[in-house]
Design a protein around this ligand. Sequence first.
Ligand code: NAP
Length: 330
Amino acid sequence: MRLLVLGGTVFLSKAIVAEALRRGHEVTAAARGTTSNPPEGATFVKLDRDDENGFAALEGEYDAVVDVARQPTHVRRAISALADRAKHWTFVSTCSVYSDDATPGQRVETAPLRQPLAADADEADPANYGEAKVSCEQEVAAGRGSDALIVRAGLIVGPGDPSDRFTYWPYRIARGGEVLAPGKPDDPVQLVDVRDLAAWIVDSTENGRTGVYDSTSTSFTRRQLLEAVAAGVGTDVQLTWVPQDFLLANEVNVWSGPKSLPLWVDEPENAGFMARDTSATAEAGLTIRDVADTARDTLVWIVDERGDKPWRSGLTEAEETDLLRNWHSR
Ligand SMILES: NC(=O)c1ccc[n+]([C@@H]2O[C@H](COP(=O)([O-])OP(=O)(O)OC[C@H]3O[C@@H](n4cnc5c(N)ncnc54)[C@H](OP(=O)(O)O)[C@@H]3O)[C@@H](O)[C@H]2O)c1
């Protein structure tokens, strides 16, 4: 297969290139090359999607195109230049396109979407991410109708993740001792290992799958998550469950960023955020490895490759110690 990945130099799109190469496909990765390089064995085409004629650098026809763009203009240009030259089209979207994060058990067919991005909005602003992805999906639909695969990914985790969200947990738990566990043990979580998602996307390009899929695991509990991480990194820890109200009162951020606890969101506003009904995706063959395996491999990546750049998510050791002390002495 002749596969074109628009991206291919970081995390998910890089994993898709790696997986397709492993299966013997002929892969082109097209990006600016500012962040990193695609895996060895791929043909790299340097192009900038901010440039109206950027896609002129790509020639010929493709059996499949995979696009991970976040900006509608970038998607519109890709569709206009390539939609007629590709047999199969995958657009990687996100569960952030949904407008109702409060209701658990929602499905693709019935879950309401956010509004598309307003014409005068800044499409590069991360605050507009969900709306921009809705508009990106609309650009794909305008160019390909229903002849495309729309992958609405949940949290993508594993080796190479630049966001440090799931990564915080293997890193923290490997240190052992008393670990601050946020919220309630039975709170739902969902995630997808980057390698499993990449494999499923390459499967889909091979078998011509189209349609819209919430592409993440079935939901499981935060206790199962943290225990699986501990098993994966081989450390015994004591989990101290600290409720939402205490964490919010102490200015701990949900989800990501400084002084945050990843894979924790506030309820009831976000009770459905990691409790989507993904049974249709599981039926379509997305299988997700044991979280313990993801945690073990992520720890290896932290040690061997992540380097000592500042952490983008999680608590520092001092922040966690302070919070636990305050919790016990309340
Ligand atoms: N991470 C998550 O948990 C999560 C969850 C849900 C959905 N998603 C979705 O999953 C996808 C993740 O993709 P990813 O891991 O490959 O990361 P990404 O950061 O979305 O990758 C963007 C790719 O596009 C290239 N690119 C960016 N700007 C460009 C431009 N102006 N011209 C040409 N190329 C450009 C980048 O390379 P250069 O910078 O070198 O050009 C890179 O290869 C995204 O679609 C994201 O919305 C992610």
